[in-house]
Design a protein around this ligand. Structure first.
Ligand code: SAH
Length: 225
């Protein structure tokens, strides 16, 4: 993986150019994404540099793409929808993401909040995402190689937590790491099922929950590799 990117690489050309990115943003708006801050972040982060060069020309299609190790970078619409839902109600300073993958979602979040901590269980992906984000100058993101089942207590509490892999049920330790009125956005349903994307808000020891969408994520797995 390269240590730095040239201006030309970041700017893109043809299928990775700003015009192509703008068309994706138009499509996201048509599909109901209304938060201008989210749309601007989606416009500015170069998704083509978060996937392998061989599929970079597909980076601005509204589709999930493979990133190796059996994992995928999420569909842009889902990234935008989850980001919008996470930031909806309150001023968010710090976000915990579980499932760094390529680092793309973390990059989007880093444009919108002060501090992002993102946890990834696959060491090779964590290392690649860390190098990539550093090369692109996203300095307020920390990638941690760890099992996200127990969250990341050192940075807690968080106003917002986003999980980008699907467990069978909500890991309770994540709720413990939310601030009061904090928001958790998480797909629940596990492997091979249609998963329900939930938005859970903590109020003291209680939570309230709303279903946002039906989604399809890779499974949330235990342990680090
Ligand atoms: N948000 C990523 C895409 C997520 S793919 C992006 O923008 O590219 C889901 C990721 O979650 C995978 O990389 C997978 O390894 C990771 N994952 C699955 N279970 C996990 C766990 N228990 N802890 C941390 N990461 C996990």
């Amino acid at each position: 993986m390269k240590r730095g990117y040239t201006e030309d690489q970041i700017r893109g050309i043809g299928m990775t150019s700003q015009r192509t990115r703008d068309r994706l943003v138009d499509r996201l708006r048509d599909k109901g994404i209304a938060d201008v801050r989210v749309l601007d972040a989606m416009r500015s982060v170069p998704r083509h540099l978060f996937v392998d060069e061989a599929i970079a020309t597909r980076a601005y299609e509204d589709t999930a793409l493979p990133i190796g190790h059996g994992q995928t970078i999420s569909q842009p619409y889902v990234v935008a929808r989850m980001t919008e839902a996470l930031l909806q109600n309150q001023d968010v300073q710090s976000v915990l993401e579980i499932g760094s993958g390529s680092g793309y979602q973390a990059a989007i979040l880093s444009r919108l909040v002060k501090r992002v901590i993102s946890v990834e269980r696959i060491g090779a992906l964590a290392e690649q995402a860390r190098t990539r984000l550093r090369s692109l100058g996203y300095r307020n993101v920390e990638i941690v190689h760890s099992d996200g089942e127990s969250g990341w207590a050192r940075g807690a509490p968080y106003e917002a937590i986003m999980v980008t892999a699907a467990p069978d049920r909500v890991p309770t330790r994540l709720l413990d790491q939310l601030t009061d009125k904090g928001t958790l956005v998480i797909p629940v349903g596990g492997r091979g099922n249609t998963q329900r994307l939930l938005r859970i808000v903590r109020a003291g020891d209680e939570t309230s929950q709303e279903e946002l969408d039906l989604v399809s994520f890779v499974p949330f797995l235990q342990g680090c590799v």
